[in-house]
Design a protein around this ligand. Structure first.
Ligand code: F6R
Length: 612
């Protein structure tokens, strides 16, 4: 969603801010803006639409050595130039960029209008700028006190960057429920919602915590709590590589990330370092539970949203199969809005690529509040979720830039599989069974590479089905959540309507949709479910529905029924979704290509959904 970049230092700020905003584009946005510091003034440039619109109006050679920039994804107020950030106080003394939502902005707006403030936008953010300016000008507060007093009046969430006309070089950042990170260079400091925005410029970072502010000057930085007491934080080294966040020879990040999966999956099991062939188990350092504590666990719940929720559904099935532990997946937004029953011996896992998804964060707060123990399965190191959890396992997918998730999904599956194996070996799996599973993990990269070989077949399929207005994705058992994921991928990047169902549900409603214009994609693994899925395919064929089948077994039963059959390498049933995910991702990609969609930045969507 919205992104923030700020810079203060010895270099010209404008190019650095523009570069930072470009790196933030992947989060999704509909307008952007920049404020540049001058002598006793700042200049604000903002425009709706793509960054090129902003680039066209900012002065190329602006001399400013500090500034703040923003990409906005509209929540309060339509997509207009006026609603784009930064927002300034009406006397031009304070200017603000903001991520998050201020719940009590209408009361504050009325109060400030009563004092003579003139508002130019419909946003909640503008009240922050007006309030800071009020304390600064009318109450003669210092910039730090004006920001702290303002924060004390806000209800809601914020990641903030504030600049002041009379203090060029000073930027104050603040965080409450929306990520903020400082990047430390040589006599320069960056402030950002996402470390990728200063990638390649510094690797030294400081993650701001909730209810903290950061005071940035070219040669210094400090962090304080909302009581204005100093908080000491050490800088950390960024773990990922700047090159990984580039598109290279690929047309889209989504395609690049699909093709990275043989390597990224290998990272999920630590290139073998997380596998222990001798004992047929997995070694996961961050779980922070000793083996005795694992014995007490009676139930496992995986929590996530969107693709992470689909992955969680697969993870729950892996856990039940290998560890014979009752497991389920939960939609974080439903936990958040309900009143979850948190049981003593239940272990919760938060699954999230970004580690910043507002619903997932809120559900974890609620579970922790009720005494539950939550571990993270997270990609982004140092993210809010990674910090909130009582331990966890990083999935090491590397930066995922495309809004639609691909490699994070398969790495989430692998990490949940490792946890299921580890717990399974403590409970029910024999050494021989564990060793066979370890071998299966080890073979995954090679099998994923082979699965990518279906690319040209899928390109032809995309041409064949480019006019479909709707599609069904169907699978049984562990392939049922993969069917949901296949449907989600297709709808989000191609805008073709798609639904994912457990194939057993077909006759209970979805069969009514079947017609020659509505293709069905069946995802099949070599398992005891095979004959039942074949039965479902026959039901679709009998109603003249086109059948596409992704399978890890090539049998005449499937050849006779499917109009198009895509064969991927066979694995054990629990890991079959990792391999079968790839043709589904490619299918969504090439259909979106056929329809000329904005694949890396699908309309209305944001990479990290930081509002509930
Ligand atoms: C779909 C997609 C989203 C995310 C969801 C959760 O391709 O990317 O559905 O999976 O918004 O995001 P994270 O994993 O960052 O919590």
């Amino acid at each position: 969603m919205c992104g923030i970049i700020g810079y203060t230092g010895k270099k010209k700020a404008m190019p650095l801010l523009m570069q930072g905003l470009k790196m933030l584009e992947y989060r999704g946005y509909d307008s952007s803006g920049i404020a540049l510091a001058g002598q006793n003034e700042f200049k604000v440039y903002k425009k709706m639409g793509k960054l090129e619109n902003l680039e066209a109006i900012v002065p190329r050679n602006a001399a400013a050595l500090s500034g703040i920039g923003h990409t906005r994804w509209a929540t309060h107020g339509g997509v207009t130039d006026a609603n784009a950030h930064p927002h300034a106080g009406y006397r031009g003394k304070a200017v603000v960029v903001h991520n998050g939502i201020i719940d009590n902005y209408l009361e504050l707006k009325q109060e400030l209008q009563g004092k003579g403030a003139n508002f130019l936008s419909e946003t909640d953010t503008e009240v922050i700028a007006q309030l800071v300016e009020h304390y600064l000008v009318d109450q003669k507060m210092t910039p730090e006190n004006a920001v702290l007093t303002t924060l004390g009046r806000l209800e809601g969430t914020y990641g903030l960057g504030v600049m002041f006309a009379d203090h060029p070089g000073l930027i104050i950042g603040a965080k409450n429920g929306s990520p903020m990170v400082l990047g430390l260079g040589d006599k320069e400091v960056f402030l950002a919602s996402d470390a990728s925005s200063f990638a390649g410029l510094t690797r030294q970072v400081v993650y701001l915590q909730d209810k903290e502010i950061a005071i940035l000057k070219p040669e210094s930085w400090e962090t304080r709590n909302l009581r204005n007491e100093a908080v000491f934080r050490n800088a950390e080294e960024l773990t990922w590589n700047h090159e990984e966040a580039k598109k290279g020879d690929y047309d889209h990040f989504f395609l690049k990330e699909i093709f990275e999966q043989p390597q990224s999956v290998a990272r999920a099991f630590g290139q073998g370092g997380r596998l222990v062939p001798e004992y047929g188990t997995a070694k996961l350092g961050g779980l922070n539970l000793d083996k005795r504590e694992f014995f007490d666990i009676e139930r496992v719940v995986f929590i996530g949203m969107g693709t992470a929720l689909n992955a969680a559904q697969v993870g729950a099935r892996m856990m039940e199969s290998w560890a014979r532990l009752p497991a389920r997946a939960e939609d974080a937004s439903e936990i958040r809005t309900g009143n979850p029953i948190v049981e003593r011996n239940t272990l919760y896992f938060a699954v999230s690529q970004s580690g910043e998804t507002a619903d997932t964060i809120a559900s974890i707060h609620e579970i922790q509040e009720k005494g539950g123990r939550v571990l993270g399965i997270v990609n982004t190191v140092g993210s809010s979720l990674a910090r909130m959890c009582n331990g966890g396992v990083y999935i090491h997918a590397g930066p995922e830039i495309s809004v639609a998730s691909s490699k994070a999904f398969t790495n989430q599956l692998v990490v949940m599989g490792l946890i299921a194996l580890f717990m399974g070996r403590m409970r029910v799996l024999s050494l021989t069974q564990g060793q066979a599973i370890v071998k299966e993990f080890g073979e995954l990269p090679e099998k994923l590479q082979a699965a990518l070989g279906c690319r040209s077949q899928i390109m032809a399929l995309a041409k064949k089905y480019r006019n479909a207005k709707s599609m069904l994705f169907l699978g049984r058992g562990i392939m049922a959540p993969l069917a949901m994921e296949g449907a989600l991928k297709l709808k989000e990047i191609s805008y073709i309507h798609a639904e994912g169902y457990a194939a057993g549900n077909l006759k209970h409603g979805p069969l009514a949709l079947i017609s020659p214009e509505v293709p069905s994609v069946f995802i099949v693994a070599n398992s005891q479910n095979l004959d039942r899925v074949v039965g479902n395919m026959a039901e679709v064929k009998a109603r003249k529905g086109p059948v596409i089948c992704v399978s890890n077994i090539d049998t005449p039963k499937l050849r006779n029924l499917a109009d198009d059959l895509i064969i991927v390498p066979e694995t054990c049933e629990e890991l079959a979704p990792v391999v079968a995910a790839l043709p589904l991702q490619l299918f969504a990609y090439y259909l979106a290509m056929e329809l000329d969609r904005d694949i890396d930045r699908p309309r209305n969507l944001a990479k990290s959904v930081t509002t509930e």
